[in-house]
Design a protein around this ligand. Structure first.
Ligand SMILES: NC(=O)c1ccc[n+]([C@@H]2O[C@H](COP(=O)([O-])OP(=O)(O)OC[C@H]3O[C@@H](n4cnc5c(N)ncnc54)[C@H](O)[C@@H]3O)[C@@H](O)[C@H]2O)c1
Length: 252
């Protein structure tokens, strides 16, 4: 029996990278999984299905309210309910690192509209469905960078600080509905798009590796244990928490 058997999970931004890793892991543990990315998720869906799991692709731009409402209604149409939402979609590897006064207004607004507003909109769309069953698991994705203070990525880091704040405040509004809201803060992790970016100015990766208690690269699978724990009944008495998974660079 899987640890999330029979549960229905939406993973945003799961067409590739860490989101795809979470989706595969949830499917292995028995969940029916929705890939909700602005990119096509059929490759991940096919992979999950060919391993005997259940998955569908619902193309979604998380920064658009109508798209997030449709993401949830199509999920319920296909799988009958919604139990788990992983807010993983973000503008991250697609942007340049730069000094705070070189960031354009448009870059700042785009980052905040996807990473912050997108997280809020997905919660807003998912909660009514979770309330029907008085049960739900929301997992937001922040970053360990916000516990360190790292230069040249202020547009991004400010969004991930907001994600932590959303987690702490939203859990207080949803406890009576049986909905748990937690957060994972990964360190610099070798997702496929991070591996493609060798030129990031002031990248935290090298600094993090030096300061790690466990001296090796962080890999996508290092995050899977936390995702499954926070998605499963094993964490039903845990809410409002942030799990820092960075090999011991940061503590909080
Ligand atoms: N890899 C790391 O080092 C690291 C560290 C800490 C936190 N994170 C966080 O983990 C998550 C995934 O990271 P990754 O390395 O796989 O990055 P990535 O850039 O490869 O993946 C981001 C995904 O989000 C999708 N996306 C972007 N805008 C979207 C939108 N408007 N609507 C729907 N989907 C959208 C992209 O298509 C992509 O599939 C992000 O939230 C990132 O901030 C990553």
């Amino acid at each position: 029996m899987g640890r999330v058997d029979g549960r229905v999970a939406i993973v945003t931004g799961a067409a590739q990278g860490l989101g795809a890793t979470y989706a595969r892991a949830l499917a292995r543990e028995g969940a029916k999984v929705v890939i909700a990315d602005r990119d096509k998720g059929d490759a991940v869906v096919n992979e999950i299905r060919s391993s005997g799991g259940e998955a569908i692709d619902i193309p979604t731009d998380v920064s658009q309210e109508a798209a997030t409402l449709e993401m949830v209604s199509k999920t319920v149409e296909a799988f009958g309910r919604l139990d788990i939402l992983i807010n993983n979609a973000a503008i991250f590897t697609a942007v340049e690192r730069k000094a705070f006064d070189e960031i354009s207004i448009a870059e700042w607004d785009l980052m905040h509209s996807v990473n912050v507003k997108g997280t809020w909109l997905c919660c807003r769309a998912a909660v009514p469905e979770m309330r029907k069953h008085k049960y739900g698991k929301i997992i937001n994705i922040s970053t360990s960078r916000i516990f360190q203070g790292v230069p040249y990525f202020l547009h991004y880091d400010s969004t991930k600080g907001a994600v932590l704040a959303i987690t702490r405040s939203l859990c207080k509004e949803l406890g009576d509905d049986g909905i748990r809201v937690n957060c994972i803060a990964p360190g610099s992790t070798m997702s496929e798009n991070v591996l493609k970016r060798t030129n990031w100015k002031g990248s935290g990766a090298a600094v993090q590796l030096q300061n790690r208690m466990i001296k090796r690269e962080e890999m996508p699978d290092d995050l899977v244990g936390a995702v499954i724990f926070l998605s499963s009944a094993e964490s039903d008495f845990v809410t409002g928490q942030t799990m820092l998974i960075d090999g011991g660079v940061s503590t909080h």
